[in-house]
Design a protein around this ligand. Structure first.
Ligand code: NAD
Ligand code: DAU
Length: 336
């Protein structure tokens, strides 16, 4: 491969992917990003200008997408599709952009990719499988039935089904990955971990939804992205791979660890109202990915990964401060 067209490359995971791809591979990178409230060009500063280009635009704009995909070489290039409306709370307040971007946008990209026979990798999520009981000994695998709960996860599920159908009906050379909850630098302050870190940095208390007993399976963003590179290099066309790093923790424990790392009492948080339809537990079995690609996560100590993330937010207030007040004002409107 020589060029990767990365959609959503100005977002959290996409911008970290661009940096890792430029550091670890020989590919050039072309980012297509609409720069919604979640996209930030400051996440893409200091990249080598001879290997990196940025195009502002909508993945649902068929003419623009056809032009960019028209410049790719089917023999060497690939599309890595991160762009999405990604936040569950927003999808409950206004689902329409989730349909437009996650469903229509993905459709637009795979139509362009199949016309030019371009290799396609679709970034999805464990949330398409719904949730597990706290005491369920099982975890999600690639064979778990789809059972999405929210407008966000249902649109991600719809996009996965489109990609799978395009593989079968049109021979699209695609793979899909479903990852668990990511944390690390450049994550928008609307999300759980950066919201709590920046609350504490601002002298506010962390906010836990409901009882705080909900469980997420945390993975460092660099490990998600190294898995995506492994799938691009060694994944089998038509296959789905789940990405996870055995990082299950309930939200109470995550907030307690953040507070401790930041030198506060573990119980210095507030319980607030719950998210409607709030998924109880996610858990990933990544055996297939590990066995087929040899991938393994680099960050296995969550507390250490979290401490590095806290330091990043402490050192980069100029990156997150412009979004903080507006984000908290939106949460105040919905009582969370
Ligand atoms: P994000 O919200 O931080 O970034 C999304 C990016 O997509 C932004 O730069 C935004 O400007 C861009 N975008 C949105 N709509 C667009 C459009 N119509 N056209 C072009 N660009 C558009 O999201 P994220 O957390 O980095 O997630 C990236 C991908 O990974 C998503 O597909 C998400 O479903 C998936 N995912 C996220 C997580 C997680 O924990 N954050 C876990 C698993 C999977
Ligand atoms: O599992 C993968 C998914 O992880 C991705 O597909 C999504 O794009 C990503 O946003 C994330 O979804 P969640 O809904 O799990 O993430 P969020 O950061 O919104 O919330 C994580 C948990 O923390 C969840 O149980 C809700 C809770 N929460 C969240 C916020 C923002 C709180 O308790 N307080 C908060 O302030």
């Amino acid at each position: 491969m020589s060029t990767l067209l990365v959609t959503g490359g100005a977002g959290f995971i996409g911008s970290n992917f661009v940096r890792q791809a430029l550091e670890r591979t020989d590919h050039d990178v072309l980012v297509l990003d609409k720069l919604t409230y979640a996209g930030n060009l400051a996440s893409l500063e200091d990249l080598p200008s001879d290997r990196f280009r940025f195009e502002r635009g909508d993945i649902a704009d068929a003419d623009l997408v056809a032009r960019l995909v028209g410049g790719l070489d089917p023999a060497t290039d690939a599309i890595v599709h991160f762009a999405a409306e990604s936040h569950n709370d927003n999808s409950l307040e206004g689902p329409r952009p989730f349909i437009d971007t996650n469903v229509v946008g993905t459709f637009t990209l795979i139509e362009a990719a199949r016309r030019r026979d371009i290799r396609f990798h679709h970034i999805s999520t464990d949330e398409v499988y719904g949730d597990l009981e706290l005491d369920d000994p099982g975890r999600f695998t690639e064979l778990t039935a789809y059972r999405p709960s929210s407008p966000y996860s249902s649109t991600k599920a719809a996009s996965d089904l489109l990609v799978a159908a395009w593989v079968r009906s049109f021979g699209l050379r695609a793979t899909i990955s479903g990852c668990s909850n990511n944390y690390g630098p450049f994550q928008h302050v609307e999300k759980f971990i950066p919201r709590q870190i920046t609350n504490i940095l601002r002298g506010r208390r962390p906010k836990l939804y409901g009882t705080g007993r909900n469980v997420r399976d945390w993975i460092h963003v660099d490990d998600h992205n190294s898995a995506v590179l492994a799938i691009l290099e060694r994944g089998r066309i038509g296959e789905t791979y789940l990405i996870g790093a055995d990082g299950e923790r309930d939200n109470l424990d995550v907030v307690g660890t953040i507070l401790e790392v930041m030198g506060r009492d573990r119980d210095a948080y507030d319980l607030v109202g719950d998210r409607p339809g709030h998924d109880l537990r996610y858990a990933i079995d990544a055996s297939k990915l590990r066995a087929e690609t040899g991938w393994a996560p680099g960050t296995t100590d969550f507390r250490e990964g979290l401490a590095r993330t806290v330091e990043w937010y402490r050192a980069n207030e100029a990156w997150w401060a412009p979004q903080k007040d507006a984000t908290e004002a939106r949460y105040a409107e919905i009582g969370r």
